[in-house]
Design a protein around this ligand. Structure first.
Ligand SMILES: [Zn+2]
Length: 169
């Protein structure tokens, strides 16, 4: 998806409104300098990722890789927005992992993130793998989480990448 020259398109961090770089998830914000119907920094509510890598078609304008979801799918943990797509990014970086699920709980006034990791049958549990998962998760979500190895059957609902167990009272 190339961005037409007449549109100013920004991807911004939903929390801070600051622009995010290529490869990072941000909300699509559009400015359209059209005389009859101008839009100024219109937040679409769609989350996307941009890339500045050269396109096979030869055009050099920047482009969106894909729409990754809606802003209402994000979960706020310790002030950071976490999106299911980020969990998929973590999965892709660790070949031993079959499926990951983030479980968010609250202890006192603190959010806690537990990373439940179901491994492929060929992989085995190790401290090295545990710290690698934790490190990649921190790189992508900017959050620390405790890694727990589980059986795939123990993941609550196959498709749910983030389970929010916090009680809001
Ligand atoms: Zn292209």
């Amino acid at each position: 998806m190339h961005i037409p020259d007449e549109i100013l398109l920004e991807l911004v961090d939903p929390a801070t409104g600051e622009p995010v770089g290529p490869g990072k998830i941000g909300e699509v914000v559009v400015t359209l300098p059209n005389a009859t119907y101008p839009l100024v920094r219109f937040g679409t509510g769609d989350l996307s990722i941009s890339t500045d890598e050269p396109c096979p078609c030869g055009r050099s304008s920047s482009r969106l890789v894909r729409i990754v979801g809606r802003i209402d799918q994000v979960t706020k943990v310790k002030g950071m927005f976490v999106h299911p797509e980020q969990v998929e990014q973590i999965e892709k970086k660790i070949p031993e992992v079959e499926s990951l699920q983030l479980v968010i709980t609250r202890v006192g006034h603190e959010d806690q993130m537990t990373i439940q990791a179901a491994l492929k049958s060929t992989a085995s549990h190790s401290d090295e793998l545990r710290s690698r998962i934790s490190e990649v998760a921190r790189e992508i979500t900017r959050l620390r989480g405790e890694v727990v190895f589980v059986d795939r059957a123990d993941l609550a609902g196959e498709e749910r990448k983030i389970v929010d167990k916090r009680k809001w009272e």
